[in-house]
Structure formats: C-alpha cells, structure tokens
Design a binder for this molecule. Structure first.
Ligand code: NDP
Length: 331
C-alpha cells in the first residue's frame, strides 16, 4: 500500500519535494482491528499549519511518517465484530491507500443517499464550518448583508448558499472569471468580485454593497479582511474562519491596516475552529437534509486521481486550482 509522507518542513510555499511517496506492507489486522482501503481523501488548507513544527489546535505532522487527514474507505478485512468487509467508513487515516486501525478509530458512514465523498465536503467538515461560522459565530440575523471571501471553495460555496436560503444579500469574492460565474449563476450570490481582476478591493466591495456589510465570513485574511473592515457597518460581525492568504507567508510583516475600525465601528471579530462546535452537527445534518430534499443545495468538486497526486491536489489549494471541494480519488 502506498502512502505520502512528510519529507521536509516547508518555509513559505510548500513544494512537491516536501513530500515523499512510500510503500508499506500491511499485515492481517489484529484482534479489534480493521483493514480499510481508502476510496476518497481530503486535502485541506489547515494541513499547511500541521507541516510546521508549531503548537496549535492539532499536533504537527511527524517527519518521515504518513500525513493524516479526513478519508472515506471500505473495510476489506475485519477482526472486530462491529465491522464487516464492504462497510463504508470515515477516518483520519488519509494520505494512504490502505491502513490497519483499531475499530474505534474509524466510524461507519451512513450516506443517506448522498455520494460518499460529499461527507468530505458539503455534508462534512467544510459544510459544517460554513453553518457554524455563519449562523453561530456571526449570528446571522434578518436583513444582514453578507460578504464572503473564498466563495467558490468548499466552505465558501456553502456560506453563499446558506445565506441565500435565508434571504440575505450576498457579496462573494473569488479568483477568476470562471469562479465568479459559478458563484453568481449556481450559488446565487447577488454581487460577485473577481478579486484577481480588481486593483482596489475595498472600492469593489463598496460598489457591490453601497449600504455596507453586516457580516463578513473570512476565509482569506489579508486584503480581504481590510476591505471588509473598511466596508463594515456599525456593529458588524466577522466570523474569522481562515486566512489562507497568510498560511505560506514565512514571516508576517504587518497586521490588518484597518483594524482600528473594529473600535470605531463597534465590530465583533470572532475566530473559531469547527472542532469546538461539534454540538451543532445534528442541527446541521437536519437542515442540510431539508435543503437538499428541496433541491436547494449545489456543490462541485475538483478531483485528482491516485495517492501520488495528493501533494499536487494539496498545493493546488494555494493556487486556486479547485472549484468547490478539492478531493483525491484513490484507485
Ligand atoms: P477552499 O476550497 O476554499 O480552497 C482554497 C481556496 O482558497 C482556493 O481555491 C483559492 O480560491 C483560495 N486562495 C488560495 N490562496 C489564496 C490567496 N493568497 N488569496 C485569496 N484566496 C486564496 O478551501 P476550504 O473551503 O477547505 O477552506 C476555506 C477556508 O476555511 C480556509 O481558510 C481554511 O483554512 C478555513 N477552514 C477553517 C475551518 C475552521 O474550523 N475554522 C474548517 C475548515 C476550513 P481563489 O481561486 O478564489 O483564490
């Protein structure tokens, strides 16, 4: 079975040579273990943080060891009474074709009629992140004008749709004309900004929302956060979900230029990690099922094939190569 290991800890933007492809021979699973062949694995922006040797809310990846991440696979051998061959399971043993693990480290996946890989995207952590950030952290309320960055991505595309389902005006930013068209035509954003094509992002947000914004869902940080601060209404609320524009900056120089506006406009800026809000998972699953049954949820995915392509898929996140969720399909 092949797996991707962390070879070097990158400084700045990671490169293909920071990863290595290795092979392991899997023994038969021991008592209480299952053997799983992965079918889908997720690559996510937060994994960049785990490549650093730094303390955070998840421990760093170990050098020379296989990387980890969300994955869906099929049980091929079971030495535990609670699983049988053919069971679909979700685990954190991504970045490898197959693995042995204690039965309590994998969980059975009920797909409820959705494709299995949706549980790495729209119905998985990214979907839940959008739901938690928008409804719980930003505290979305009637009449709010919502601005979201990274709008064509896994989290952002759900933010757009949940806000539209609840009747809000949505201003969405994404890189490139194809993404802007997706966000406008398929996700229903009222105003779209192709941030790669505008010289003045603050001005572009002001044009899209002359009345100002009440809620900013931040996936990007940097200039986007500054543009949101400049365009926020008094008592605006910011859900700080991620700041991907800053993950590969080796030594950050300056903070947001407009942070003083958080004072003058009485803004609330709140960061969050979705893992601290898993209590909202049942409510999310229920709402998603209702919205999906009504035909109101759309999603896309960008798929790389083969475990050897996982580093490219991951690096592609930082170059905007994905529309919707970035996934790797394992053969
Ligand atoms: P996406 O599917 O949004 O993929 C990443 C996207 O980020 C790219 O497609 C690209 O889109 C954009 N991007 C990359 N580099 C830059 C840059 N320098 N400036 C602006 N945009 C950039 O990923 P996810 O939906 O998985 O994650 C979105 C955000 O949510 C990330 O910040 C992530 O860390 C965060 N997150 C936070 C969680 C939490 O618990 N707080 C949980 C899950 C995700 P484009 O072409 O438009 O530039």
């Amino acid at each position: 079975s092949r797996e991707i290991r962390l070879k070097n800890r990158p400084v700045g933007m990671p490169i293909a040579d920071d990863f290595e492809l290795g092979t392991v021979e899997l023994p038969k699973p021991e008592a209480g273990q299952v053997q799983v062949r992965n079918v889908w694995m997720s690559v996510d922006p937060y994994m960049r943080g785990r490549m650093n040797d730094a303390r955070s809310y998840v421990p760093p990846f170990a050098l020379g060891a296989p990387m980890q991440g969300d994955a869906i696979g099929e049980v091929v051998l079971s030495n535990d009474p609670s699983f049988k061959p053919g069971d679909l399971v979700q685990s954190m043993f991504g970045w490898r074709e197959a693995f042995n693990a204690s039965a309590n480290k994998v969980r059975k996946l009920e797909t409820h009629g959705l494709p299995a890989e949706a549980f790495l995207g729209v119905a998985g952590v990214p979907g839940l992140t959008a739901y938690v950030g928008l409804l719980h952290i930003a505290g979305l309320r009637e009449g709010d004008v919502v601005f979201v960055s990274g709008a064509a991505g896994a989290v952002g595309s759900m933010v757009c749709q949940i806000a539209k389902l609840k009747g809000h005006k949505v201003i969405a930013s994404a890189g490139g004309t194809e993404k802007a068209a997706f966000v406008r035509n398929e996700l229903g954003a009222d105003e779209t900004i192709d941030y790669k094509a505008v010289a003045d992002l603050t001005g572009a947000v002001a044009m899209a929302a002359p009345e100002g914004i009440d809620v900013y869902f931040d996936n990007v940080g940097g200039d986007h956060l500054d543009a949101a601060l400049a365009n926020a209404k008094t008592f605006g609320r910011f859900a700080l979900c991620g700041m991907i524009s800053e993950y590969n900056v080796a030594s950050p120089q300056n903070g947001p230029r407009n942070l003083l506006m958080a004072v003058t406009k009485s803004l609330r800026l709140q960061g969050f990690v979705v893992l601290n809000h898993l209590n909202l998972q049942p409510a999310f699953a229920k709402d998603l099922a209702t919205w999906h049954a009504a035909g109101k949820i759309k999603w896309r995915q960008t798929v790389f094939h083969g475990v050897e392509q996982a580093p490219n898929a991951f690096l592609g996140l930082f170059k905007g190569k994905n529309i919707g969720k970035m996934l790797v399909k394992l053969s």
